[in-house]
Design a protein around this ligand. Structure first.
Ligand code: 5AD
Ligand code: SF4
Length: 478
């Protein structure tokens, strides 16, 4: 399954937009439908699994739906078009997506006109496309991550000829520009700065399902961020599988640190953040730009994956714990209030008790503010899936619990230390879990609960922290 890695620009076309002709035809068809149904438009429901990149893709799918004349709904049972944007990072994510698609069989039986499309990382894999084609006859079309812009054409084809389509990814790597976007929030926005990944970490499916790295041009990104700031967006996250290799191999005379610095110069009241950074290419130049920036969140998400040099080598991560610690030390020296978060995989093939202990030792040494921890999940076609000494699930789970317990203790102590301080928070409105309180996020993306008012939503507030838990802060508005 390994493909040759080509330089970023070799086969990249910089512009690829959805077909305006197809959008126009769909819009006319949907207008006719609405006119014949007392103004009721056909409705589209977009369901998203997985990471922020998928959320950003779903906002484009929703944007195309709106351009095509659909109204959006958040109720699948109410929809005339359902799009499921899937994830493949772990087996559990695939199982969940397949189970949800399975439930839509009943909706289609009740409403035969319903159209069901499946896209995203899971269906970028041939065996999953075949499975959907064979075992899910009510799925109308499927397309992978690199051909998002073909969605209106596939939809039109289905509506006009009834043909099912199972579209593989494009070998001709494209950088979509000018796609319509329907943003979920009026104050937080995702901005993809690059797509794909060249790293081939031995456990990871992403390079196979999202293709090789390709970067958007700086001018396009600057224009998008400028427009977002002008529209009142307060929190802008730059997205890429490895933003640190932005523009690498493109022959352009700038890199991610230059891009960040240029974006930071845009005037306005907003925060810039980015994810994800691979430790192997985290540069001093980037840290310096962050340290002197005015809008850049003092937050670094730096996936460590393991604290054992041997495991890191077999993960094909291209750094060791000494290098990782040197980045952490430099970050803390130059940006003393930095929030550090990380990803850890537990139970990678061949992980010994000693290797796992080394991870715990690193956790004690670095003291991350927050950790996203995962039990290793074998992904078909990746090198790690066929490594010897796969770890039994019971051992994986026991280690996972130990990791969580240690991290809880550390995060609890760190958060306890912020009691009495005042933090800046971007308010997200009434908390989903506790209707009496409002919630928001700090620069470091920590969740804070407080008593708020509807006008606070989408605004920066100062909150004095009065109480803490390992995963949350509680306080009062200043
Ligand atoms: N199993 C478990 N976790 C994984 N991740 C990536 N691939 C796998 C896998 N096969 C985790 C990594 C990555 C995060 C997004 O998901 O920690 O940083
Ligand atoms: Fe996967 Fe590694 Fe690429 Fe991240 S850097 S997407 S973990 S292959």
């Amino acid at each position: 399954m390994t493909r040759e890695i080509t330089p970023t620009d070799a086969r990249v076309r910089q512009e690829q937009t959805p077909s305006h002709e197809m959008i126009e035809r769909l819009r006319q068809d949907n207008d006719r439908y609405a006119a014949a149904h007392d103004g009721r438009r056909r409705r589209a429901f977009v369901l998203t699994f997985g990471c922020q990149q998928n959320e950003a893709d779903s906002e484009r799918i929703a944007g195309m739906c709106v351009e095509c004349g659909y109204a959006l709904t958040d109720n699948a049972a109410d929809a005339d078009l359902i799009m499921v944007n899937t994830c493949a990072i772990r087996e559990h994510a695939e199982k969940k997506a397949l189970s949800v698609v399975g439930q839509y069989k009943h909706l289609k039986a009740k409403h035969p006109e319903l159209i069901i499309g499946v896209c995203g990382c899971m269906v970028a894999q041939e065996h999953r496309r075949d499975e959907l084609k064979r075992s899910y006859p009510y799925v109308d079309f499927v397309f992978g991550t690199t051909v998002l812009h073909r969605f209106p054409s596939l939809l039109y084809e289905k509506l006009s000829s009834g043909r099912r389509r199972f579209c593989a990814d494009s070998e001709d790597h494209v950088v979509p520009e000018g796609m319509p976007v329907h943003r979920e929030s009026g104050y937080r926005a995702w901005v993809s700065i690059m797509y794909g990944c060249n790293n081939f970490c031995s456990y990871c499916i992403v390079p196979y399902v999202r293709g090789r790295e390709r970067s958007r041009r700086r001018e396009e990104i600057v224009a998008e961020v400028r427009a977002l700031v002008a529209d009142g967006y307060r929190d802008i996250t730059l997205l890429g599988q490895n933003v640190n290799s932005y523009a690498k191999g493109c022959g352009w005379d700038y890199d991610f640190a230059d891009l960040l610095e240029e974006l930071d110069a845009i005037e306005g009241d907003y925060t810039l953040r980015f994810m994800t950074s691979h430790p192997k290419d985290a540069s001093s130049k980037l840290i310096d730009v962050m340290a002197r920036g005015t809008h850049i969140a003092h937050h670094f998400h730096l996936p460590m994956q393991s604290g054992s040099d041997d495991v890191l080598r077999r993960m094909n991560r291209h750094y060791d714990t000494a290098r990782y610690l040197s980045i952490v030390d430099e970050l803390r020296a130059k940006i003393p209030d930095i929030t550090l978060t990380s990803d850890i995989i537990v139970g990678f093939p061949g992980e010994s008790e000693e290797d796992f202990e080394a991870t715990l030792t690193m956790l004690r040494r670095v003291r991350f503010d927050m950790l996203y921890s995962f039990i290793y999940s074998a992904r078909r076609g990746t090198p790690a899936a066929v490594m010897e000494a796969q770890i039994p699930p019971a051992v994986q789970s026991a280690r996972f619990e130990r990791l969580l317990a240690l991290q809880n203790e550390i995060a609890g102590q760190i958060n306890e230390g912020s009691v009495g301080s005042t933090v800046r928070v971007l308010c997200d409105g009434v908390s989903k879990n506790n209707e009496k309180l409002y919630s928001g996020r700090t620069d470091g993306n920590k969740i804070v609960f407080f008593e708020g008012t509807p006008e606070d939503t989408g605004r920066f507030l100062l909150v004095t922290v009065e109480r803490s838990e390992p995963f949350a802060l509680y306080g009062s508005k200043k």
